[in-house]
Design a protein around this ligand. Sequence first.
Ligand code: ATP
Length: 430
Amino acid sequence: MHRVLVADRYRLESPIGRGAMGEVWRATDEVLGRPVAMKLLLGDDSDAQTAARFRLEGQTAARLSHPHVVAVFDFGAWEGRFYLVMELVEGRSLAQELAAAGSLDAPRVAAVAAQTAAGLASAHRQGIVHRDIKPGNLMADADGTVKLGDFGIARFVDDPAAALTQAGQIVGTSLYLAPERALGQPAGPASDVYSLGCVLYQLLTGRPPFHADTATAILYQHIDTVPVPPLRLGVDVPPAFENYLLGMLAKQPEERPTAQEVADWFGSGAWQGRAQWLPASAPAAAPAPAAAPRVPAAGRVPAAAAPVPAPAPGRTAPVPGPARPGGPLPTAAPAPAGPAGGTGTTYMLPNVPRQGGRGRRALPAQRGAGGARQFVRRRPRVASVIAGSVAFFSAVLIGMALFSPDSTSTETPRVEIAVTPGAPGGDAGR
Ligand SMILES: Nc1ncnc2c1ncn2[C@@H]1O[C@H](COP(=O)(O)OP(=O)(O)OP(=O)(O)O)[C@@H](O)[C@H]1O
């Protein structure tokens, strides 16, 4: 059979699969004599926006070099179509692994968590947010090593000009979409951590944390519904694992661990232990949260008997999200479901002006009108000290006003009431 040679170099061998943007082929790089994966952009390059997204995918992924990120080798155009040449991952995606097994056991999910988070952390260090973490974009090679692929809709965190989707749109999969994105805010690194939390939850339990008949209903759940702890679903998972996972699903981006913390924590084996609260957002030099008391496998608390930990104030367990925004959620315009599991959806959202700053700290909702309420909820002790101080100084000032030499009187201070001349009963208040 005559096989096509692309760009005088890549011999197409057999199709692997097809996604929203292109078809992926197994190919041979005839110059270097090695197998590769080649993604060919569907259609031609006349659609400038799609072509720009495809080009960005190549440029974005090419910046990354990490054992848990699919390497990108080449990018170009051939006969009016763009192509991307990638490391060939000989194995299957986590979506396929999940479909075959129904659910995965805790050690496997912990390994997926550690490896994916390590790849994600390397992207975040480069200022790149993936924005489409889902089982279909996690590929496992023959020995189970996970690689994060498809940076097709990633964009640089600090580059507003790189927003290649139409103004007012977000792209992603509703099943894994972070609450802040459901509210129309830009994706930050913490949004990827949330999505990874959703994926891990699904791998463990066999179902995503939120599911409903419509994408809009799922978005609401991301915003204000607390996920059911996996232990309550009868899943055999150590309490520490469950607790940490629920922390990744925190509604507030700043309450989630970073990707690097997730990688360190799962990589340390701490997930085998009893529940513990996540450490407060620590400076980079602080020890990783691996300090969890490690419980030998034989001494594990049986999952069914383990209590579900109560949420710590302002930390760890997901808190009910912010009240629903005043207006209705924007109408979802469903797109065809992707092959990787999940409802692939593009949502029309009102334009949210991007604010300065990067990543987790740049989300406008956390700085908005509800800031004082959120502060009180998160720092109740600090808030009560401030309130007490204000009350104390107010009392001192009132006392000074009432008992200063000019106004001091042995009589009970009188309350002056403004009386409208001629008003009946005008002195009734005395
Ligand atoms: N580097 C690769 N090595 C091996 N298989 C790959 C590679 N990249 C993608 N694939 C596989 O090719 C298929 C299509 O992948 P692609 O990234 O185009 O779409 P998708 O992720 O499934 O969906 P979408 O792009 O719509 O999110 C998937 O089955 C995926 O697992």
